[in-house]
Design a protein. Structure first.
Length: 57
């Protein structure tokens, strides 16, 4: 998963693809944990919003 995210992040115009890949992995892990806990109600939407913000940074 880490290598795939790193490869995908490298295809963006983000100034630090390694940092972006690390952030995306944290978001992914957070979604999995949130789904297990049942909160927040829609962790996938929250992660998408955060990922989009990171891509704009």
């Amino acid at each position: 998963m880490t290598e795939r995210l790193r490869r995908l992040a490298g295809e963006t115009a983000h100034p630090d693809p390694d940092a972006l890949a690390a952030l995306l992995l944290v978001l992914y892990n957070g979604v999995l944990g949130s789904l297990l806990r049942g909160a927040p109600a829609d962790p996938v939407a929250a992660a998408r919003t955060a990922a989009r913000a990171a891509l704009r940074a």
